[in-house]
Design a protein around this ligand. Sequence first.
Ligand SMILES: Cc1cc2nc3c(=O)[nH]c(=O)nc-3n(C[C@H](O)[C@H](O)[C@H](O)COP(=O)(O)OP(=O)(O)OC[C@H]3O[C@@H](n4cnc5c(N)ncnc54)[C@H](O)[C@@H]3O)c2cc1C
Length: 416
Amino acid sequence: MDFNYSPKVEKLRRQVRDFTDDHIVPRVGEYNKEVHGGQFPVSFMEDLKALAKSEGLWNLFLPHLKDDEPGTQLTNLEYAPLAEIMGRIEWASEVFNCSAPDTGNMELLHMFATPEQYEQWLRPLLNGEIRSAFCMTEPDVASSDATNITTRIQRKGDDYVINGRKWFISNASHPNCKIFILMGKTDPDADTHQQQSMILVPSDTPGVEIVRNPTVLNHHSPAGHSEIVFRDVHVPAGNLLGEEGSGFALAQARLGPGRIHHCMRSIGAAELALEMMIERSQERKTFGKYLHQHGTISEWIARSRIEIEQARLLVLKAAWMIDNVGAKTARKEISMIKALVPQMHTTVCDRAIQVFGAMGLTPDTPLADHYTWGRCLRFADGPDEVHLQSIARLEIKNSKANLGSTAAYLTPPDRT
Ligand SMILES: Cc1cc2nc3c(=O)[nH]c(=O)nc-3n(C[C@H](O)[C@H](O)[C@H](O)COP(=O)(O)OP(=O)(O)OC[C@H]3O[C@@H](n4cnc5c(N)ncnc54)[C@H](O)[C@@H]3O)c2cc1C
């Protein structure tokens, strides 16, 4: 087992790191000022994207990038350490056209789009000309069980007609979000996992209404986690993605890569929080000692280092598995990182906030934003508990083949 990054990845890490240090970190203040002043998208985003694209630091997330598609093709394992660097700043991944939910949507379209859908939606997404959203969750049903969703997609003549309400739809309020991938039911009477389909809905279709953009933990995201009503929304039948009834299978295909990207970026956020915690603890003194000289704080530092390393190794293993055996076979590893990494992300950020004192809660550090996002990730793409349930189910299923094999390790008491 070789724990080193390859020379190719080392070179790209340097490039992404240098780009981030030279062009993104210096703009954090400007970004916050513009966004809090109501300017969104920020004025310099398109320039930064163009620069990253010209340097080949583009679409790094897509392992099956074709020759005529812009960007650099990498495996998931190669991409992981680059996504980690992007995760240090909340909005950095957009600069490299590697941000959620576009990455998951592009992967899905890459696998299932018809040539017409490819030209109309995937090509502009790959070029970074438009943004997208993924609409599954609904306010009226427990959406961590996707079989519950009720939005209807009904065939009428040459169209499909959509009626329903979605919420927490990330990116839907981005002014450049032009396309929604929506999951709904085409046949509520079919077998449980064949009732759902996915369909492409241009965001300006009549009947689509963004009714609000709720804050999360009182944090306002201008791109939104929006609530959207679909009222008699007509789209051409050719907008169906895949076959009727294949929605559930498509959702599974999308969520594998999407989940791992979030986890990769979380490692970067946690790493930054730890770096900040360590620096701060060497700057301030209480009761005659630097903060890191107090046992509690040094334990937090040590535990954070251990937890980040554990998480990174598991994420790299999951990435390797997706590359080598596919997301379906790697589903246990994907659930494992999804249940582990956002929790680690919030724990490390929470410790860093505490070490910073009250300042940790203010916008003067990125810690509050990183904490909030880590907390959100414990829901986005499925809550922790659903992933824990999947892991346990797979473990129990696997154990059935060898049931009784631990009996030899028992030493029964002598009851004679
Ligand atoms: C910031 C953010 C961004 C999001 N972006 C999107 C998006 O772009 N598109 C989209 O479609 N959705 C998005 N979501 C929604 C997210 O996917 C859902 O919130 C999540 O799937 C849970 O669904 P729910 O909120 O309906 O919770 P429910 O299904 O009502 O579940 C509530 C709680 O029940 C518990 N629970 C559920 N199942 C089990 C179980 N098997 N065992 C034990 N406990 C269980 C869990 O604690 C869970 O949190 C986003 C969410 C957030 C917070």
